[in-house]
Ligand binder design. Sequence first.
Ligand code: AHR
Length: 616
Amino acid sequence: YTITVNPDATGAAIPKSMYGVFFEDINYAADGGLYAELVRNRSFEFNTTDASGYNGLTAWTVTGSAVVTNDDQRINDRNRNYLSVTGATGLTNAGYNTGLAVKKSDKYDFSVWARAGAATSLEVTLLTATGTALSAPLTLAVSGDTWKKYTGTLRATATSDVARLSVKTSGSAKLDEVSLFPRDTYKGRANGLRKDLAEKVEQLDPGFVRFPGGCLVNTGSMYSYDAANNYPRARSYQWKDTVGPVETRATNKNFWGYNQTYGLGYYEYFQFSEDIGAMPLPVVPALVTGCGQNRATVDEALLQRHIQDALDLIEYANGPATSTWGKVRADAGHPKPFGLTTIAVGNEENLPNEYWANFLRFESAIKAKYPDIVVVSNSGPDDQGSTFENLWAKNREHGSDMVDEHYYNSPAWFLQNNRRYDAYDRNGPKVFLGEYASLDNKLYNSLAEAAYMTGLERNADVVKMASYAPLLANIDNVQWKPDMIWFDNDESWGSTSYQVQKLFMNNVGDKVLPSVATGAVAQPKPITGAIGLSTWRTAAVYDDVKVTRPDGTVLYADDFGDGDAAGWTSVTGRGNWAVTNGAYTQTTTDTEDTMVKAATINETDYDYTLKATKTA
Ligand code: AHR
């Protein structure tokens, strides 16, 4: 067939920021992942609230006497616990996954905060899992009963991904923030990033970095970590908790079921975005919790405080080094502004009315002080349904700058919906496709994503940014898949979706040129109509209709929010139905819980199962 391109036509400009990445600390993406710290539970703050079975000595083995202590001798009000060691004692840290990964001849920077009533020495060594030395010992003399930072360097004598860090005290001491970083971090930065992972992201050449979540942002308590709020552990991601010297940062329960140290915090996110030439795009909580925790705050003072936090964040990123928050940035080593242009308020908002009321408050405060900042609004938890329609209607009527959409679907869905944005209002809010993925890590999924991205690009006048999600997954700690980049302690590899993203990000066009294909063009096989329950959906009691392939992947899902039930053949019977080349057979029988109707699917490659679940 022939593709005819009109090179003279004036198509939409495609911004450099069209394709970016979405970093969330899910699947151990930060601690044990991109954040290069090798010591797990370095400040003895792990807690059973973070995950069942955790305690202050998680990842540590003690030979002798060491007690996790929380009293007024602590190093800092936000770093509550320290380790109180009595007499000569051995401590061994097992790191993340199978252990610490070290490379023969590479240097490792050790540091610890310590104090001791009587002079005590520390002997620090890398060990194999069975206790053989992997480095010459480093000896540090601790003197004085005030907190001081002690540092030194270890050099690995062999390569291992199951190493241990051993710290032996000759006598009593108090220890905190025990840390070991490879010298060879990304761009050699202190408190830096794991080089192979950071380089894989850099090689994508992303136009932007959306961070720090996801559900990480808008779940948990909205209080910050302070005495006034009794130091809440399971709280939403609040940027002020994550800046300043690392030994003064509190840790938190991560929504995805583990502890997060905030060693990788807002300063590091901004620095990384700058290092890879990408636009930083922070997401702040809108004081409405989502991701299954549907609550909105009724605390006006708390809402105001969060709105002020958003304003302070802009000052932190862009303000002069003499401003209150610009100084915090400058003190951390970056006097020059980071150049923040865009901020998102909220993530997958389930409570449209409550979210909208708060969004308007955030937006008007931000625009009043910083009229040029783009404020990204939200469209709810998925791409269909009443919340999505409701929020889009509000955004359209209001004239929001940009709306964040998310969807995770089958490869067939991505092929069928290539034209999704052709129909979007050219004068309405712009679209930020903040999260999407075809639901597996197979080649077919990435091809479907690539095909879909041509539709995003063709609509570059409406779709301004898009990011595949999630970005990173530690193979031993997976809460969500598929993912773009996979890793273990010392290796990382991109999925085929990574290669597709890299291809598109490294070859962003300048503008859209209209093209026409003629001849025997292979067309995707259409699904005619949709799966529907025309009688029952009016009563709005059925939801979550799915067509699944024999391997369990979802071909089609519909929550009946978009009025597409018409025109379908009905099949009477409660249970699961197999559909083979248009013929229906009931395979299981259910009671009142399910009811199916089916329609012809003009795709004969698979046998399908149809199922609708009664929700009310
Ligand atoms: O990308 C993983 C999760 O998917 C995000 O945290 C959330 O926004 C979405 O539901």
